[in-house]
Design a protein around this ligand. Structure first.
Ligand code: 5GP
Ligand code: MN
Length: 331
């Protein structure tokens, strides 16, 4: 049976669902979760959406029905006994649900993963992981259309539009195909406003964010090949500008706007460690680079979180490993 039909069967044969996505969810994560939520509600299923992280403030408008809960060990202590199916969207390694990972590992029900990243773990009863898709939202779209499990509607279309728009970099990243545009055309028929979705996600940031961007851009440096650009965000910068981690999303992309630069790196200081974001052009596999530091992602966009280490203790090593991938690429 093809995986979409298998998923349809799982949905129709079960009653209670838990949906989750990765730490620091982006709009593909949130949009995919909410699209699935509305789909399952249409089918009269019991559904909960619970995330490790709170929804970034610029994405809260997507959750206008306040469906998403933030995981709370006490409040949700019994959740895994109450559900038949645990559905992970936009991630394929359970460590990325952080505090919910234990519950996932011990869960005896059906574990489903829908994702478009590389290197899935093999603990799922059903794994739909296809790196040809630009967004998890696209996979959900194809699932709904190809199985006819339910009719699309405005609520679902709105969420899928946000998921696909953001994960394609507003329809310009490499995996944006004619199929992406055909899906988007279909979604727009339900009345989704591209102007409105874009404006809410990208043009409604706190004032401090633009100040933080200024400081971050001022920190940019090039390595001696001038093909690697890197920038730093510290907790001090966040305090000075009254900003938070949500505000840093997208900054690393500026590295790739510099002539000749093909690898961009952002070092983000956490209270107990750091987060590194990698971006690349062409075939430079920054997912492999991120993997060396315990992270992962896509060929051109990846990241890692490291604990109990300071940026300056690891920066040179990261840049030196980035150079390795640069040299491999030019061979
Ligand atoms: P960002 O730099 O925007 O936080 O993340 C870019 C991409 O890298 C994400 O879409 C995600 O696929 C991946 N990524 C970021 N952080 C991690 C991480 O800690 N582990 C893994 N496996 N992937 C990550
Ligand atoms: Mn995604």
């Amino acid at each position: 049976m093809n995986p979409f039909e298998k998923l349809k069967e799982i949905i129709l044969n079960n009653n209670s669902f838990l949906i989750s996505s990765h730490v620091n969810p982006d709009a593909d994560a949130i949009g995919s979760e909410l699209a699935f939520f509305y789909l399952l509600k249409k089918l009269n299923k019991k559904v909960k959406v619970i995330n490790h992280s709170k929804t970034p403030y610029n994405l809260e408008f997507l959750d206008s029905d306040k469906v998403i809960e933030k995981y709370d060990e006490t409040l949700h202590s019994n959740i895994f006994n109450e559900i038949d199916v645990f559905l992970l969207l936009d991630l394929n390694q359970a460590y990325r649900i952080v505090k919910m990972e234990n519950g996932f590992r011990n869960f005896n029900g059906i574990k489903v993963c829908i994702d478009h990243h590389q290197d899935p773990e093999n603990t799922f009863d059903l794994l739909i992981d296809d790196t040809n898709y630009a967004a998890t939202g696209e996979i959900i779209y194809d699932f709904i259309k190809s199985t006819n499990i339910a009719e699309l509607d405005y609520n679902i279309a709105f969420q899928l539009y946000a998921a696909i728009m953001t994960d394609t970099g507003s329809f310009r990243f490499e995996r944006t195909t004619y199929k992406t545009h055909l899906m988007i055309a279909e979604l727009l028929k339900f009345g989704v406003s591209p102007l409105d979705v874009y404006d809410k996600i990208y043009n409604q940031f706190n004032f401090g964010r633009i100040k933080l961007l200024g400081q971050t851009l001022s920190s940019v440096q090039l390595d001696n090949t001038q093909k690697i650009a890197y920038m730093t965000v510290t907790q001090k910068m966040l305090q000075e500008t009254s900003t938070c981690e949500d505000d840093v999303d997208g900054f690393v992309n500026y590295c790739l706007s510099i002539q000749n630069v093909v690898i961009g790196i952002l070092f983000y200081e956490l209270n107990d460690g750091l987060k590194i974001s990698f971006r690349s052009k062409g075939n430079i596999p920054v997912n492999l680079l991120a993997k060396e530091f315990g992270g992962g992602g896509h060929t051109n966009a990846s990241g890692a979180r490291l604990f109990n280490i300071k940026i300056n203790d690891i920066k040179d090593k990261v840049i030196s490993r980035a150079k390795y991938y640069l040299e491999m690429e030019s061979k």
